[in-house]
Design a binder for this molecule. Structure first.
Ligand code: NAP
Length: 422
């Protein structure tokens, strides 16, 4: 367990950082780099203790997307020690110097907030205090999966979390904000992605394709707390036994993905064609299979626009355009499919709305960031939600390239590889 001591709160003049100088090249370790500084009174500085390695950390340089500038600093989540607290009296007062915190770093354009460095900046509303029962390594795996699954469920599917540890109704939060303040590329998703009468409620089915992923791990826990019935589609050979026995994320029905046609049949039969909510974490092909398992009886219509999502190899802009809702059916009958890393292209049935996760709400809308961060603290402290598993570690910034090579080779499965930084 990490020991908090006064010496660790001192901030040096310079730091080491991993820099990406060129696309499709390894990151380079550089010392003597400036420690990033706060730019407003709601920002804080953390000394990074552990970094969760995400697929985007290797996909972005390999496929040249989500890199707004070179040299670039990557890294999307960490656990760290607060060495400089926010000074604002108006903003969140949850965070104090010496706290160990989780930081989901969704603001990839601001290099001060990246986590492949020894010190990082974040906003107080994007900071989640880590309970003492959890290690920084474990905490470093939680941020991205939590934010992505909470927004997928809360915005795209309309799940209201108010009954769970005083959680937020994020859809109501975004709809109470001046629409002009919502980022233009996710405004339609926020305001019109789902209608009130369509929102997911206790007893509804949620089908997750790619149910072995880290994001699925968190999505299942949140959905279960909200009373949804979970069908999880995974490779049984690899994940069947582990997920059937996993106390936190065992689904109501585990379906093998090996034969997609058979999996679709099983989903439709088990739900009697009533599954209205789908969450795909694998890619546009599996999102297409999932689409067929959801309830819809309409004839195919053309998808109006190209919809590359965060993590898609074709996109150069991680937050995708807003979601079309192309239905002539009544809203109450529509199914909702959320693609975390791509959506089906071409023809989709009537009566299905496609969604991409509006991840930037977390850092661009303080009301959303604060509501999710404060709620995450409660969920972790109460043990109602557990972080994803740490399935391996590497030591220091210098070993992150090796760790990312393990991700590239598909050696990491069922959780996050973590880099211990200090
Ligand atoms: N839109 C957003 O805001 C957002 C947010 C978070 C994540 N994402 C994207 O969503 C997807 C899931 O994220 P995650 O963090 O949950 O993923 P993850 O847990 O790291 O990986 C999910 C699964 O992908 C498979 N996999 C691992 N390495 C692979 C490789 N090199 N090639 C092909 N497949 C591989 C593994 O399946 P097996 O175990 O069966 O091998 C793994 O369990 C990623 O594409 C990520 O970039 C998007």
């Amino acid at each position: 367990m990490f020991q908090r001591s006064e010496s660790t709160l001192e901030v040096p003049q310079s730091q080491s950082v991993l820099l990406l100088h060129k696309i499709r090249q390894p990151y380079q370790l550089a010392s003597g780099h400036p420690v990033p500084s706060v730019q407003s009174d709601d920002e804080l500085l953390v000394k990074i203790l552990a970094v969760g390695l995400n697929p985007i950390d290797w996909k972005a340089p390999d496929f040249n997307f989500g890199i707004p500038t070179l040299p670039y600093v990557s890294g999307r989540e960490c656990a760290g020690l607060v060495v400089q607290a926010p000074t604002s009296t108006n903003q969140s007062r949850r965070i104090r110097k010496g706290d160990v915190v989780i930081i989901p770093s969704t603001d990839y354009r601001d290099l001060r907030k990246a986590t492949f460095q020894e010190y990082a900046i974040t906003s107080s509303v994007n900071t989640i205090r880590l309970p003492r029962s959890l290690t920084p390594e474990s905490g470093s795996t939680f941020g991205v999966a939590f934010v992505a699954s909470a927004l997928a469920l809360g915005i795209c599917m309309g799940v209201n979390f108010e009954e769970i540890q005083d959680g937020p109704d994020i859809l109501s939060i975004v709809r109470s904000i001046d629409p002009d303040l919502l980022p233009s590329d996710v405004r339609n998703e926020c305001l019109h992605g789902i209608q009130q009468e369509e929102r997911a409620h206790s007893g509804d089915f949620l089908v997750i394709w790619g149910g072995s992923s880290t994001c699925a791990h968190t999505a299942k826990q949140l959905a279960r707390l909200a009373g949804l019935k979970i069908i999880s589609v995974v490779d049984h050979t690899k994940h069947g036994l582990r997920l059937s026995n996993h106390a936190d994320i065992r689904p109501d029905l585990l379906v093998d993905s090996h034969d997609p046609e058979r999996a679709i049949q099983i989903i439709r039969s088990a739900t009697e064609g009533r599954a209205r909510f789908g969450f795909d974490t694998a890619g546009k092909e599996t999102a297409g299979h999932l689409l067929q398992g959801l309830s819809s009886a309409g004839k195919p219509v053309s998808l109006p626009q190209d919809l590359d999502a965060y993590g898609s190899v074709k996109s150069d802009f991680p937050t995708p355009p807003s979601t079309p809702s192309n239905s002539t059916k009544s809203a109450a009958q529509r199914a909702h499919l959320v693609g975390l890393t791509g959506l089906p292209k071409g023809e989709i049935p009537e009566g299905v709305a496609l969604h991409s996760v509006p991840i930037k709400l977390f850092h661009e809308i303080p009301e959303v960031g604060e509501a999710l961060s404060a709620w995450a603290e409660q969920l972790l402290a109460s043990g109602l939600v557990k972080p994803p598993d740490v399935v391996g570690t590497v030591d220091g910034l210098g070993e992150i390239n090796d760790g990312l090579d393990r991700l590239r080779r598909r050696e990491i499965s069922g959780g996050r590889l973590v880099a211990r930084i200090s």
